[in-house]
Design a protein around this ligand. Structure first.
Ligand code: NAD
Length: 459
């Protein structure tokens, strides 16, 4: 471990055992509970233990949220009163930004610089943003059927089960908590079992504000055990899930059994289309960011890179040159651009796609292996392949690592067809200074968001 780690660890001290937090209180560490080791992807050191919440703990957490919703002050407060607390949460997260960034870095392997400049800021801002949204939300009235007046009012739904992934725990789970509680709901959060540290701290900090007990509760553990117990609990009214597509299908089924509404944010295999009418320097920056930022672990990644034939050789050569220069290493070091992937199983899964690519006859452009400069830790070289076709597995399956699959196209219609030939539809990117091309692509690519000449703007 480097000096920076020692310094941070002395200053903040990682919890030896992470437990649930119910009604604002951490649950006791019990010898009988299941323990999941928390391993740092930076150096494979066992940094903490996670006490998996039992069914009875999940039940206690849901009961706490239920009581806070059914009988507590939170849903009955004015929007302004709730907003005051939401802004206290924003402030306390900001005040503890360094510790939160450290915990996220050591646990998820994201670079400190990236977390400090993006994720921690976003976490605080989520509480401000959703308190503003709630303060502007209004109902509707209908006057068509005279002499009756029908009024539709917005009411909180109840207890939310919030389940998050490991790739951006702070940014994504803070969004879930904030959007849930801003409207007067209460919740139980279950973060990924791989990355519990920063969110345990967030829930601790939330309880240093004036938030009533039971509004925000935390349980921890494996998805199939703790997550499943939470989703199917009859005291839960709504489920919000961010994670893998196949997990989303299971959770939707479970929620459906209890007729609970469910919000799903799932995976992607998004097309990043670079045309010959693009500003190629900007397109190159955006393409590099689109595939490698967040250590390559982004649902929004532009992981199928489609380049117009007449500019393909030049663009791809430059991409390879840039990829080779990317500094992979310890995410606590300021100059590092890509840290390790989050956990060993995931690293092996990403590496398995190098074998798949080889078997499919794809051409290795760069990387394709573990970064051997590091004896320990889950470091991968930025990787790119020229795929044989869009039907190949490296173009159809979400790999979720620093792994790009290139294809070429002749005309924009072909690029749109390739973009749409996917079972995913999260986002798409189009790089062109030609308005008809931009309009055609953005109107015809079937994805939730299309970015034109920019990557990843989400505000
Ligand atoms: P995952 O689906 O394996 O796990 C996500 C969460 O679900 C974890 O907390 C896990 O414990 C829990 N879980 C797993 N099985 C469960 C079950 N049966 N019941 C209840 N909970 C269960 O996903 P991951 O590997 O943590 O995250 C990576 C995936 O998340 C990628 O596919 C990525 O694209 C997606 N993602 C999507 C978005 C988005 O906004 N669209 C954002 C980030 C990540």
């Amino acid at each position: 471990m480097n000096n920076m780690y020692q310094e941070f660890n002395e200053k903040f001290q990682i919890k030896k055992c992470v437990t649930s937090i119910i009604n604002g209180e951490p649950t006791l560490i019990s010898k009988n509970e299941d323990i999941i080791p928390v391993i740092s992807p930076i150096n494979e050191i066992h940094i903490s233990d996670l006490q998996q919440s039992s069914n009875s703990e999940v039940d206690q957490a849901v009961s706490a949220a239920r009581e806070a919703f059914d009988n507590g002050p939170w849903p009955r407060m004015s929007v302004d009163e709730r907003k005051k607390v939401m802004l206290q949460i924003r402030d306390i997260l900001k005040e503890n930004a360094e510790e939160l960034a450290f915990l996220e870095c050591i646990n998820a392997g994201l670079t400190m610089e990236y977390i400090k400049s993006m994720h921690v800021i976003r976490a605080g801002w989520n509480f401000e943003f959703f308190s503003e949204v709630a303060s502007q939300a209004s109902g509707e009235s209908y006057t068509q059927t005279k002499p009756y007046l029908s009024i539709v009012t917005r009411e909180p739904i109840g207890v939310g089960a919030l389940i998050g992934p490991w790739n951006a725990p702070l940014a994504l789970c803070s969004m879930k908590i904030a959007s849930c509680i801003a409207f007067g709901n209460t919740c139980v959060l279950k973060p990924s079992e791989y990355t519990p540290l920063s969110l345990h701290k967030v829930v601790e900090l939330i309880h240093k504000t004036d938030i009533p007990k039971g509004v925000v509760n935390l349980v921890n553990g494996n998805g199939k055990i703790t997550g499943d117990a939470l989703v199917k609990h009859p005291g839960v009214d709504v489920v919000s899930f961010t994670g893998g597509t196949s997990t989303g299908a299971i959770i939707a089924g479970r929620a459906n059994e209890g007729l609970k509404p469910v919000a799903l944010e799932l995976g992607g295999k998004s097309a990043n289309i670079i045309t010959n009418s693009a500003n190629l320097d900007r397109a190159m920056d955006g393409t590099i960011l689109g595939i490698y930022s967040n250590n390559g672990q982004q649902c929004l990644a532009g992981s199928r890179i489609l380049v117009q034939e007449d500019i393909a050789n030049e663009f791809i050569d430059k991409f390879i040159e840039r990829s080779k220069k990317i500094r992979v290493g310890d995410p606590m070091v300021k100059s590092t651009e890509i840290g390790p992937v989050c956990h060993e199983e995931h690293m092996n899964r990403v590496l398995s796609y190098c074998d798949i690519a080889k078997n499919e006859g794809a051409e290795l452009l760069t990387g394709g292996e573990r970064d051997s400069l590091h004896e320990k830790g889950f470091y991968l070289k930025p990787t790119a392949y020229m795929a044989k076709s869009n039907e190949s597995r490296i173009c159809q399956e979400e790999i979720f690592g620093p792994f790009a699959s290139f294809l070429t196209f002749k005309e924009i219609d072909e690029a749109i067809h390739i973009a749409n030939s996917s079972s995913f539809g999260l986002v798409g990117y189009i790089w062109s200074d030609n308005l008809p091309t931009v309009m055609k692509a953005s109107q015809n690519i079937r994805a939730g968001t299309i970015w034109v000449n920019t990557p990843m703007t989400r505000n």
